[in-house]
Design a protein around this ligand. Structure first.
Ligand code: MN
Length: 246
């Protein structure tokens, strides 16, 4: 189990609570918030892992580092399932490419393990949302654990805030990105910039993760590790490609 909000995130605690009864759990998570770090892997510095409680490891690395360390270094045996989250904030549409939460699950899928990323569409963890989230985690994990997932795939699960109206299989949607950069002047008179502003909204795509969350539905999007575009592959086959160089 890992997370990108860090080892002390209430979302990670709720994830652990939800699956504790199902089987032995090992947590390997970043020692601090590493959100929006994507699929980053630390190659140019050593990593330290501290076992702060039994089977709970705090690592000074990224979520992807944590999955690597967990599987290849810290844990005996192989996981039956790797879960990531519960992230504070939804991971919908284009968010997936930035998300440390989703990319940790992707890392596990690349290694050949069933994996699920869980995110809550909220800016805070309320007691009620955490209770609902735990129930969703239990439900989805209960489905995936016995059956597994097709090779090279993993699940991106988003949970709405407030009452849950149902559960829906979705495709990846599309975020609107507006004028998200704030420019200000620092105390020494130089410009600085801050990325990310108000909630950008999303395109209305029926069946998408964004639409599901807006309708109060839990969204389950099956994603794949192979990024090749079959459509473009067929389209580009018409290109008269020829390139030789001495
Ligand atoms: Mn996060």
């Amino acid at each position: 189990m890992t997370n990108d909000d860090g080892i002390h995130s209430p979302g990670l605690a709720s994830l652990a609570d939800a699956v504790t009864g199902i089987g032995p759990v090992v947590i390997v998570a970043p020692d601090r918030n590493r959100s929006a770090i994507g699929h980053a892997l630390t190659l140019d510095s050593p990593l330290r892992a501290e076992e702060i409680r039994k089977n709970v490891f705090s690592v000074d690395g990224t979520p992807t580092d944590c999955v690597n360390l967990g599987v290849h270094g810290l844990v005996d045996g192989k996981p039956k399932l790797v879960v990531s989250g519960v992230n504070l904030g939804a991971n919908l549409g284009d968010d997936i490419t930035y998300s440390g939460t989703v990319c940790a699950a992707m890392e596990a899928a690349l290694m050949g393990f069933p994996a699920i990323a869980f995110s809550l569409d909220s800016r805070e963890f309320t007691v009620d949302d955490l209770a609902r989230t735990s129930a969703v985690v239990e439900y989805v994990v209960g489905k995936v654990l016995p059956a597994g997932l097709p090779p090279g795939t993993f699940l991106n699960v988003n949970i709405p805030t407030g009452p849950i109206n149902g559960i829906s299989l979705t495709c990846q949607g599309k975020r609107h990105y507006g004028e998200g950069i704030v420019q200000k002047i620092d105390p020494r008179g130089r410009n600085y910039y801050w990325i990310g502003g108000a909630n950008p909204g999303f395109e209305d795509i029926p069946g998408s993760d964004c639409n599901a969350i807006a309708a109060g539905l839990v969204s389950i999007t099956p994603l794949r590790t192979g990024l090749t575009s079959d459509t473009a592959l067929q389209l580009l086959a018409d290109w008269p490609l020829s390139f030789v160089m001495d």
